[in-house]
Design a protein around this ligand. Structure first.
Ligand SMILES: Nc1ncnc2c1ncn2[C@@H]1O[C@H](COP(=O)(O)OP(=O)(O)OP(=O)(O)O)[C@@H](O)[C@H]1O
Ligand SMILES: [Mg+2]
Length: 151
């Protein structure tokens, strides 16, 4: 049985550090589903995951593209890194044909796939996934992350 865990993230740096920590348990083939409202910190968390995986290229909030592939580099401890594909499914709005066209199941052979706004849309792509739910209070920098492996 998967157990969910909670973390309070006081600053954006905390969120990035949490992402680096999560990356320690991620391998090629792992799917990460990030959920939470606009500005909750999904991209910030992805930046931390990218740093922990040691991928190349800057993580940004993709405005015109839906998926961005980052090549593998080196993990912070010097061990071989793993590639990452960063998907923003916001504009997919659950369109399964468009999702199919992204060919994420192929990416999952060699990369970690991180999907913002992917809840309820991408879970079928892998046998199990790491779900991270980010919540925020109005007028506050504090975020709460609840995460669990599902499947
Ligand atoms: N504790 C925190 N964790 C993450 N981000 C924070 C925190 N405190 C403040 N912020 C700010 O909140 C914003 C989070 O933006 P981010 O793009 O990561 O959110 P998002 O969930 O990806 O949004 P979107 O749904 O638009 O993609 C950034 O401007 C960041 O600096
Ligand atoms: Mg984002």
């Amino acid at each position: 049985m998967a157990e969910s865990r909670t973390r309070i993230l006081h600053t954006v740096e905390d969120t990035e550090a949490f992402g680096r920590e999560l990356a320690g348990q991620l391998r090629a083939g792992d799917l990460v589903v990030l959920d939470g409202p606009l500005g909750a910190g999904k991209t910030a968390l992805t930046r931390g995951i990218a740093a922990g995986l040691g991928v190349r290229g800057r993580v940004s909030s993709p405005t015109f593209i839906i998926a961005r592939a980052h090549r593998a580099g080196q993990r912070p401890d010097g061990s071989p890194g793993v590639a990452m594909v960063h998907v923003d499914a916001y504009r997919l709005a659950g369109d399964l044909d468009e999702l199919d066209a992204l060919d994420l199941d192929t990416d999952l052979h060699h990369a970690v796939v991180v999907v913002e706004w992917g809840k309820g849309v991408v879970e079928h792509l892998a046998e199990r996934h790491l779900r991270v739910q980010l919540a925020r209070e109005p007028e506050s920098d504090v975020r709460t992350a609840i995460w669990e492996w599902i499947g």
